[in-house]
Design a protein around this ligand. Structure first.
Ligand SMILES: [Fe+2]
Length: 511
């Protein structure tokens, strides 16, 4: 039995009235009609339970005195089976014991004495339903919050993974880009070597040597890279020169031709300036033929005005050029080349650079004694030949000192196959693919303190605790350098010319 009185659009509370007296049920129905409720009625507790099994009910109002099953028993069963349904007992004054039982066992919301006051009963029902609604709403919101938290957790996990994936992608892209850049520089270096003809391998040897000197002088990873790149590309300005000018030592050429060859330093800078990553390397390239005493080219600058990278590159470049015969009119032995450089220490070359270079080359010469025979299939990029390699027919194929690259490896494999003669290449044992290695910039352990001093307070013998840069960005002096009168005087001159104060970090021994 149902009586729907709720407006169609409004959410409807469903009420069940249970009484064995039809007049009471009718009175209740009349009272709640038209107030937005859906009303169900039952004539006994049994009928009420049957209806509850079929319908979703929000509130039950039951009479106390009924045959078979009284209101207390009925409401107790309702509480046991449908605890969320609000329960109200209609009772007379004399039924105190049964009412107490309904309160205790049926956990009723409240009891209403008969005869009831319509207004009060209406308010009681509304309050019971409001309480029920609050409980439902609370449970709904708790569940919603729990679900949203779960979703948030999943979203967060996804987001973290996305960020991690994106970071990894960016890192890889960055590394790829860096590698492509180095590969491009390497390719240009190969082109220069092709153009150099008999000087093949010169750029790589110079680059490798110069970078090692830079490392020994304590330059940081970025400065070392600039020196390395400048070493690989230092003669790029020669690419457009005619063969006759490249094949002879500069000193053997007539003055006009000499001038043309000497233009390669400035031209090299111009060629590289367009690449932002090569700005500092380009400056080093420009000055790699400057001499410490100001007798070099293209600008004839002296001392600290020459970027440190260029002072390093000058020594490495000349050491190789002396041995290949492109600097003097004859080929020097390594020993003669070293003697030349020592003789020019403090004149043509920076003494600090010469000292670092000599220590390095001294060690390398010792290592060079050790060589190993390697078959073409076992060659690796970056290996250096310790002996000239002859073609099976007897003519020279690769010069001593040649750095192995992919082209060399492929060519030797092809040659071995076509001539059916095993080829043995002698390789410097210590050599590996060092030319393009990138080193992490690790700060040196500090066992000492430092003070920052203006140029006016510098004294001879003081040692630099940090690299000193010119205002223009290029490196003037490497940390570990000792100051002498000439250096202090030059710093003063640079300060005066640039009208900007220079601060020098000086090492103070902690012990
Ligand atoms: Fe050069």
């Amino acid at each position: 039995m149902t009586d729907t009185t709720a407006p169609a659009a409004a959410p409807t509370a469903r009420l069940l009235f249970v009484d064995d007296e039809p007049s009471i049920l009718n009175a209740l129905k009349r009272m709640f009609r038209g107030r937005g409720y859906e009303i169900f009625i039952a004539n006994s507790g049994k009928e009420g339970l049957a209806l509850l099994e079929q319908q979703s009910i929000d509130l039950v109002m039951s009479d106390m005195r009924m045959p078979e099953m009284d209101g207390a028993q009925f409401l107790e069963q309702v509480f046991t089976r449908w605890p969320d349904v609000k329960r109200i007992l209609l009772t007379g004054y004399s039924e105190v014991t049964a009412t107490i039982a309904a309160i205790n066992r049926g956990k009723i919301w409240c009891y209403v004495s008969k005869p009831w006051n319509d207004e009060e009963l209406m308010v009681t029902v509304e309050q019971a339903l409001a309480h029920s609604h609050l409980l439902h709403e609370n449970a709904r919101l708790t569940e919603l919050t729990r679900q949203q938290n779960e979703e948030l957790k999943v979203l967060n996990a996804g987001l973290e993974q996305k960020v991690a994936e994106r970071t990894a992608e960016l890192r890889k892209a960055n590394a790829d880009l860096h590698q492509s850049f180095l590969a491009t520089v390497q390719m240009f270096s190969n082109l220069i070597e092709l153009r150099e003809g008999r000087l093949a391998g010169h750029s790589r040897r110079v680059a490798d040597l110069a970078r090692q000197v830079a490392e020994r002088l304590g330059l940081d990873a970025e400065e070392q890279r600039n020196v390395l790149l400048a070493g690989l590309l230092h003669d790029i300005g020669k690419v457009g020169l005619p063969d006759k000018l490249i094949e002879h030592a500069v000193t053997a050429l007539p003055p006009l031709d000499q001038k043309e060859v000497m233009g390669h330093a400035a031209k090299g800078q111009q060629l590289l300036m367009g690449v932002p990553q090569l700005t500092q390397a380009a400056r080093i390239v420009r000055h790699h033929h400057e001499c410490l005493d100001g007798s070099g080219y293209p600008d004839g600058i002296a001392g600290l005005m020459i970027p440190l990278g260029a002072r390093i590159l000058a020594v490495a470049n000349d050491y190789d050029a002396l041995q290949s015969g492109s600097l003097l009119l004859r080929q020097c032995s390594p020993k003669e080349a070293r003697e030349f450089i020592i003789k020019q220490r403090g004149k043509r070359y920076d003494p600090t650079v010469v000292d670092a270079f000599m220590a390095l080359v001294g060690e390398s010469e010792l290592k060079r004694e050790v060589e190993i025979p390697v078959a073409p299939a076992d060659l690796k990029t970056g290996m250096v030949l310790t002996r000239e390699l002859l073609h099976p027919a007897g003519y020279p194929l690769l010069p001593k000192g040649r750095v192995v690259d992919a082209a060399v490896m492929a060519e030797l494999m092809r040659l071995q196959e076509s001539t059916a003669t095993p080829i043995t290449v002698y390789i410097r044992r210590s050599s590996g693919p060092a030319v393009l290695r990138d080193k992490a910039d690790e700060p040196p352990p500090r066992l000492w303190k430092e003070v920052a001093l203006p140029v006016g307070r510098l004294l001879e013998g003081m040692m630099l605790s940090r690299n000193l840069h010119h205002h223009d960005g290029y490196l003037l002096l490497a940390r570990g350098n000792h100051l002498d009168a000439a250096i202090i005087r030059q710093l003063r001159d640079i300060e005066t010319a640039s009208k900007k104060p220079i601060t020098v970090h000086i090492r103070v021994d902690d012990r």
